[in-house]
Design a protein around this ligand. Structure first.
Ligand code: NAD
Ligand code: LMR
Ligand code: MN
Length: 551
């Protein structure tokens, strides 16, 4: 960074968020950089700037205004933004990330001010892919790329180029939680068109104004993107986010054994749910081998979750066939059978036989399936709000002591149930995690803390550990090690304890996770560079939001 800064003009320094310190440039720095007289004379500390920025933040009355303020600060001065976020991580997470990021995606065109150093890859210009990445990176040493094509933004469907905000938001959480240097990250939008008619009809829409491209033309652009990404940033980790159900798993399977990469909705979500179940079982003192798991919404996330739990059951000594018997996948068609039409490849591994049930033909909705199966664990990734109804939950809770219930669909308006209702309907017996932050629930004198079952608890530590260890690939062994690291952090001593650690501790447990992940990479000799000490590698990589002196 230092060499870079010495050759710049005053204007290009003050307008570069990776270099800018604003009023915190010292007199000597101002002199050396040609900034003398371009700022008011008083030199401020980062703490003074932070206090002032927080006061401004507090003066905004709506969550969207607060977000716009924070994003402007982010656009101007990354160090100050992260210094401030460090002090207010619990308060800022829902604003820069889920759920308020969902509002900003819906209003991207109206709110657009700044491309936020993202790369915009267009399906219509495959010849520009490499230049696009090079231009957006501007010579920075990129170690982490979050890419989305926005076909399945959270549970809100197709948002075209607007979806770039989720890539930016995921990266903000990476830096705040794990400490990746914000100048080493690159958000990428793959604009493959959109099937969102509202956007296509909107004169303000900023993306490619045509239907979404699929098939060979689409996969060719993905290939070109991965090739250029690996060529330009050979030391980087590639994180896929919010791809559609028909592409997410296909893309992951294509690249996962070749490069350091993961899909957050499949693997990050699988990890956080397994960690949450392990936390819940720590509380209930039950074994995972005794659970019947119902996935409601057998899509990208639902099947990622099933696969991660499957892996855990097999590690516990079950054969694949035995492990399979623990799962019930429910989608639009109802319980998925081996003869159900239109099964996805991921669903095929988790179907049941009609002969197992006397009323198989009636199992076309969640209520009927819950009655027939008596699940002990129910996970919602269906995008269908309110579908975990009182009667369904009461039916489930009538057959198990501590029902494990995770309504995970995001954002807020899509959740299958509210934490408060789940606690009430089960008379305090449910072990709950929700996709977005939920307030404590007071019920009959006990304070129930609700774990946030969001992949944000996992991907920062996972990704940071992989980068620090210079991992060649991510495999099941490392994923499993990470799940156990987080599943073990739960405080089971007090009644109402959450099944996952609180977001207020996200920097601490992300570091633990990163160390466990890096150690697993080294143990398997999957590191590219010679590294012997996982903890040191993680510590050396960690960026702190303080201004570095410019000599
Ligand atoms: N909390 C988290 O960390 C987390 C992580 C990933 C996804 N999610 C949430 O999970 C939801 C799904 O995400 P995804 O990426 O898996 O999307 P997806 O489109 O791949 O999967 C959604 C699935 O739900 C099914 N579905 C739709 N209507 C249904 C109905 N009436 N009954 C049963 N199933 C129905 C769809 O057919 C599809 O298979 C989203 O709301 C997303 O925000 C949460
Ligand atoms: O983005 C989130 O909040 C979690 C998850 O990746 C999702 O798609 O819902
Ligand atoms: Mn996602």
């Amino acid at each position: 960074m230092e060499e870079l800064i010495m050759t710049k003009t005053a204007d290009s320094i003050l307008n570069n968020p990776f270099l800018n310190k604003g009023t915190a440039f010292t007199k000597a720095e101002r002199k050396a950089l040609g900034l003398t007289g371009t700022l008011p004379s008083n030199v401020q500390t980062i703490d003074e700037q932070t206090t002032q920025a927080y006061a401004q933040f507090q003066s905004k009355s709506t969550r969207l205004e607060k977000r716009i303020f924070l994003m402007n600060l982010f656009n101007e001065n990354r160090t100050l933004f992260y210094h401030l976020m460090d002090e207010h991580v619990v308060e800022f997470m829902p604003i820069v990330y889920d759920p308020v990021v969902a509002d900003s995606i819906e209003q991207y065109n109206e709110l657009f001010l700044d491309p936020q150093n993202a790369a915009f890859v267009s399906v219509d210009a495959p010849e520009d892919v490499e230049d696009t990445l090079r231009n957006a990176a501007e010579g920075r040493d990129i170690r982490l790329v979050v890419v989305t094509d926005a076909e399945g933004i959270l549970g809100m469907g197709d948002w075209g180029v607007n979806g770039v905000d989720i890539a930016v938001g995921k990266l903000m959480v990476y830096t705040a939680a794990a400490g990746i240097d914000p100048s080493q990250v690159l958000p990428v939008s793959i604009d493959a068109g959109t099937n969102n008619q509202k956007l296509l009809d909107d004169p303000l829409y900023l993306g490619n104004r045509h239907k979404r491209v699929y098939g060979d033309q689409y996969y060719d652009v993905i290939d070109k993107f991965v090739e250029a990404e690996q060529k330009l940033f050979p030391d980087s980790l590639l994180h896929w986010e919010d791809f559609g159900r028909s592409n997410a798993q296909v893309i992951l399977d294509k690249y996962k054994d070749k490069i350091a990469t993961f899909n957050d909705d499949i693997q990050g979500t699988g990890m956080v749910v397994l960690a949450g179940i392990l936390g819940a079982l720590n509380i209930s003192k039950e074994s995972i081998k005794d659970q019947k798991i119902l996935s409601f919404g057998a899509g990208t996330a639902g099947m990622g979750i099933a696969n991660q739990i499957m892996d855990e059951l097999m590690q516990a000594g079950l054969t694949e066939e035995e492990a399979k018997q623990h799962f019930y996948a429910v989608d639009k068609q109802g319980l998925l059978f081996d003869d159900t039409e239109d099964l996805t490849p991921a669903q095929k591994a988790f179907t049941r036989k009609r002969s197992e049930f006397s009323n198989a033909d009636e199992l076309t909705n969640l209520e009927a399936v819950v009655k027939a199966v008596h699940p002990t664990v129910m996970i919602g990734t269906s995008t269908q709000p309110g579908t975990f109804t009182e009667s369904i939950i009461k039916e489930m809770a009538a057959h198990t002591d501590r029902p494990i219930i995770f309504p995970l669909s995001n954002p807020t308006k899509l959740a299958e149930a509210k934490a408060e209702d789940l606690i009430k309907w089960t008379d305090g017996r449910a072990l709950v995690a929700t996709g977005i932050p939920a307030d404590d629930v007071e019920y009959k004198g006990v304070t129930y803390q609700i774990g946030q079952g969001n992949n944000a608890l996992m991907y920062p530590g996972l990704g940071f550990g992989l980068i620090a260890a210079t991992a060649k690939v991510l495999n099941n062994e490392t994923l499993s090690a990470a799940c156990h690291a987080l599943g073990g952090i739960v405080d089971t001593s007090k009644p109402g304890a959450a099944v996952l650690p609180p977001v207020s501790k996200i920097t601490e447990f992300s570091q633990t996770l990163a160390e466990v992940v890096a150690q697993s990479v080294l143990d398997q000799k999957l590191n590219k560079e010679p590294i012997s000490d996982a903890k040191k590698a993680v510590a050396d990589m960690k960026w702190v939001p303080e201004y570095k002196a410019v000599k």
